[in-house]
Design a protein around this ligand. Sequence first.
Ligand SMILES: Cc1ncc(COP(=O)(O)O)c(C=O)c1O
Length: 462
Amino acid sequence: MKNRYIDLIVQTFDWPVFDLSLDKDELLVYGIKVSDIVERFGSPLKVFYLPKIRGQIDMARTLFAYAMNKLDYKGTYTFCYCTKSSHFSFVLDQVLAMEGHLETSSAFDMYLIKSLFDNKKLPKDRFILCNGYKVEEYKKMISDFLNAGFDNVVPILDNMDEIDYYNAHVEQSFTLGLRIAAEEEPNFSFYTSRLGIRYKDLKSFYLQKIRPNKKANLKMLHFFINTGIRDTAYYWNELNKCIQVYCDLWEVCETLDSLDIGGGFPVANSLNFEFDYEYMVYEILSVIKARCDDRGVPVPNIFTEFGSYTVAESAFNIFTVLGEKDQNDAERWYMVNGSFINSMPDVWAIDQRYILLAANNWENEYQRVNLGGLTCDSMDYYNSEAHLNQIFLPKLSRGKNLHLIFLNTGAYQESLSGYGGIKHCLIPASKILLIDQVDGDYSYQVFREAQRPQGMLEILGY
Ligand SMILES: Cc1ncc(COP(=O)(O)O)c(C=O)c1O
């Protein structure tokens, strides 16, 4: 029986996988040998491969264009990136260079928008969809942008009082959106999302507070399903309800012309991951078209706010195994030079799984292990995969480090753990490396060095 790591992977998955390949017993990601990256830039490391962001945006546009064409869908598609998935400037730079539009969630997000505009990266006519339950500063920033002529800044009302602020502070006519409070999945802790306005209130709210208003024009209905865009009865049911509300509103509102179907496009968490993006986009548009045709309503222009989909697959984390510990006959630990809680908090918070592979030593025999992080928290571990309730990695070789790679870690991890700042057990944030590739030429840029003690001590008041 073959029990080398390479045989395990090749027999378990359809290998090679797009973007991943092997050179002898070394893993290459996007054509780059991972151990070469470690040799040049060290470990632990977080790497962003920027062409992937551009590729994802391209793919979304292609899928919508293809489906719209096939369905003879007489509406447009607008790609927006939701900044909360990763606020890093290098991510936003890619999105804006691809002429992407943006979705914001907070007052500070608006400062980010201002900085992009001041630095001439953001043309004034890009859509900025402003979501979230808004504090005064957020509403003020939105109003200031509108008053400064950013006509495509669109506040998406989260509740019925929000309009009062814009009425009082925006000086000219402006467009707005309404967020539907979606019903949650049956096994969730709540029946209805706390975000948005209830289905049954939307039309009367429009008629009573928006239509009589001289300045506000309703442009968009916004709908976001917490569990993401999935081929489930729940998703189709919510989408259908949303389209009925769109049609109800359209019948009384001549300015309504757009539907924002939110984010939630899934991301591969295993080499076995399967999701038919093309089918899903086609089905969503065909459902929207069918329902609108039934009601004699023109189809809406479609907006999306894909966060994870845009940025998750662009990044990977590299760790190195520091040593092995056998704690009893069955439990063997590989201790890594970082922390899962600090670097990939979703692992700990929502049991998120990523694609985990050894970066080298593929010819070695494999063994079952648990991965241990450097903090003293008993929950700082990783020991299962999306497709399997355990993990197998190459046995360690004397004198040769084993490097590990976690793929598709680009979304939300720094938003949740914070980048820099104080970390559990003061384990520092890793260095961030950016890799770009244009016409086969790779370029490397250290975005930020690993966190140093002084910065943390200052925050702590030492
Ligand atoms: C309103 C809204 N839009 C878009 C997104 C992005 O979702 P995802 O990263 O799953 O695409 C979120 C995520 O929470 C959201 O709340």
